[in-house]
Design a protein around this ligand. Structure first.
Ligand code: NAD
Length: 244
């Protein structure tokens, strides 16, 4: 029986590559999306090209009710969730002096509360199964901080505290919880940066380049696999050595 992986925010960027990489490795995929569009349909096709099942589940991770509904749909279809990847995330960058309360709260709501909402609904099924892998996508910014990102860095640092606490709570049930902290990865989220800013950032990265979505997906593949069965509560950077 194939393993089932649930990935949030998976129609594009890092989430899409994680879904495709896991599909290439034989996982059935539950793909969360917010709005139906071409990106969703193309990603679903790419996943199904690997002869695995792809269930699409609509929902906003900042809504607890949506997360419960998505989880119920997955259990009705597959009866289990082996791997959860909390990937959905947003940025609303600006200096604190200019940041509105709404800018702060919306980023926390999606990135941090969203991770809680999904995980809270998935964990009971993993507890019953006495196995599971939870992989939370944080950021090196949650470790090192970044000017202009107090909201985002707080949400990503919160994910790290959440990861370590949950790892301690449910390790005895054979469930591993880890965080992945990407550095600068080429996606639509970082496309907004000018070429000169990207060059400047790359200069300060020991490996002298931005990362690819595949760089991140390969680490998630390892954490999802049995090869990582003695690793829990860790934050692993995928950042070309940017933060040490
Ligand atoms: P992206 O903007 O390309 O993708 C984000 C995805 O999340 C999109 O599919 C979007 O629809 C989805 N999403 C946003 N809000 C949602 C909500 N409320 N409910 C459900 N889905 C929602 O960004 P990305 O670069 O692929 O980022 C993926 C993850 O990696 C994010 O958590 C991001 O913070 C993290 N990250 C990215 C980088 C980077 O350099 N790109 C670095 C560190 C961490």
């Amino acid at each position: 029986m194939s393993k089932v992986a649930f990935i949030t925010g998976a129609t594009r960027g890092i989430g899409k590559q994680i879904a495709i990489t896991l599909a290439e490795n034989g996982y059935d995929i539950c793909l969360n999306y917010r709005k139906e569009n071409d990106e969703l349909n193309n990603t679903k096709k790419e996943i199904e090209n690997n002869n695995v099942k792809c269930l699409t589940v609509q929902g906003d991770v900042s809504s607890f009710d949506d997360c419960k509904k998505m989880c119920d749909e997955i259990i009705a279809e597959f009866g289990k969730i082996d791997v959860l990847v909390n990937n959905a995330g947003i940025t609303k960058d600006t200096l604190l002096m200019r940041m509105s309360k709404e800018d702060f709260e919306s980023v926390i709501d999606v990135n941090l509360t969203g991770t809680f909402n999904v995980t809270k609904n998935v964990v009971p099924f993993m507890m019953k199964a006495r196995s599971g892998k939870i992989i939370n996508i944080s950021s090196v910014v949650g470790v090192a901080g970044n000017a202009g990102q107090t909201n985002y860095a707080a949400s990503k640092a919160g994910i790290i505290g959440f990861t370590k606490s949950l790892a301690k709570e449910i390790g005895s049930r054979n469930i591993q919880v880890n965080a992945v902290a990407p550095g600068f990865i080429e996606t639509q989220m970082t496309e907004v940066l000018s070429d000169s800013v990207k060059e400047e950032i790359s200069k300060n990265i020991p490996l002298k380049r931005m990362g690819t979505t595949t760089d991140v997906a390969n680490l998630v593949k390892f954490l999802a696999s049995d090869d990582s069965s003695y690793i829990t509560g860790q934050v692993i950077n995928v950042d070309g050595g940017m933060v040490m």
